[in-house]
Write a protein that binds this ligand. Sequence first.
Ligand code: XMP
Length: 326
Amino acid sequence: EWTPGNVIAEQVEAIRATVGSDRVICGLSGGVDSSVAAALVQKAVGDQLTCVFVDHGLLRAGEAEQVEQDFVAATGVNLKVVDASQTFLDALRGVTDPETKRKIIGREFIRAFEKAAREIVAEAGEHEGEVKYLVQGTLYPDVVESGGGEGTANIKSHHNVGGLPDDLQFELIEPLRTLFKDEVRAVGLELGVPESIVWRQPFPGPGLGIRIIGEVTADRLEILRAADAVAREELTRAGLDRDIWQCPVVLLADVRSVGVQGDGRTYGHPIVLRPVSSEDAMTADWSRLPYDVLATISNRITNTVPEVNRVVLDVTSKPPGTIEWE
Ligand code: XMP
């Protein structure tokens, strides 16, 4: 029988059997999947686990702080924060192809984890062994869409599945690999993960890097971060957070259109709003958001983000469109 309690009991036993007395790190993003995976592994092996939060510079406003406040406060887990934003930006310079971006981001995540693992061992002293395992919050749909399921095509290389480098030094622990998002949420609640995390909308590991269509640069990230913060704030204010699955905000960085503001001509970039409803992200429908909410988001973005002079709404379901644009 499927119950969250049974899943937890099974996974805890399996994790203990695999890990033994070795050290484990878990890449924590602040999202539901990695948080629940971390909580499971913590339950299984306690202090043998250190969570690693990699700030790749592709985060939304306020995300790094949220991990510390919500998750670490609730679980008391060991946390190591790594600032790798410049490394990621350098690695992404000049890159526009979506799959190449995903591969680079996946690779840089692993490099950051390797570095963190060495530091953790050094800090712990010589009697401690190497870090042998890396925990990832991979879900069943990630496996399928990265071409991991039998007879499936690779739609995108989700950073934590298809985006891994070949010379990976860690063995992977993926305790959520057979679960769908609603099941992960149930397991998280049962484990006592805070509701603010359990009910967070999905956010992709590659972050804003795959929401800038075109090259990723610091300036473009700043534009997108500002627009995204407005959209999220207004959706929350309107009480829509649980009605929509997620709402990617996308910057068409290589597209420009003519606008007018005051007496002046502008030649700015469009922002795309991509609100969707879904059960498991395998399929999705575009959300029929109230027009007044859309109007407020559009007005606020164009009034406060000078580089953006147009806001458009994506009205495509999945299929044929995927949820993210890259
Ligand atoms: P798509 O764009 O494939 O997205 O329809 C399906 C769901 O997966 C999220 N997503 C990712 N999550 N790593 C993640 O952890 C990734 O590389 C990744 N790519 C997409 C996306 O936000 C949506 O919820």
